[in-house]
Design a protein around this ligand. Sequence first.
Ligand SMILES: [Fe+2]
Length: 214
Amino acid sequence: MMREPEVRKAADSINDDANHGKTISEIEHMVMDTLGYDPVHGFPHIERVMKLAFKLAEDFREVNFLVLKLAVLLHDIGRVEEETLHKHHALLSAEMAKNILAQYGFTENIINNVTDAILAHSYTLRYEPKTIEGRILSDADKLDALGAVGIMRVFMESAYRRRTLEETISHFYEKLFKLKDLMWTEKAKKMAEKRHRYMIEFLDRLEKEIEAEE
Ligand SMILES: [Fe+2]
């Protein structure tokens, strides 16, 4: 595709910038240390969302890659405090991101755009993203809950939360099957449709096998 090299160039330019490159790498390490390597919500999730976000961003010239990258890195940072503080992780992540970015001296504009994107990525809070970076983060995060990765995540999460198989299957209907209709960007809509179909197929097969059908 014609646009890919431009995106790469834009993305690399963040790292080429001596100050931002060092800062982003420091933030990246802080996120790794904080979230750990749990495949469901840990750093592997952040890495997958980053890849998805950059893929979705290919279709938009106006994307600010610094905002996007920071928003992806920090969007779940509040999860570590969620259970102790009984506050939604998107709200906590936005607060923590604001403090972290202020410490690194980012401009108010960057901080506001990053925190706004973080607040808008939540399925539960339902804030509408105001910017393209917010829409991309929301789509990328939801795509990571769909398809084969979505299936892997839901079963790992169910094991952790000791959900029964019935409760796990209900989760597909109550949440996961609704996600494809919440996408903002065209590419995400197409990708979500594909991942959604795969989950339906999987669940259909699972239910058949449970009933000992061939
Ligand atoms: Fe996430």
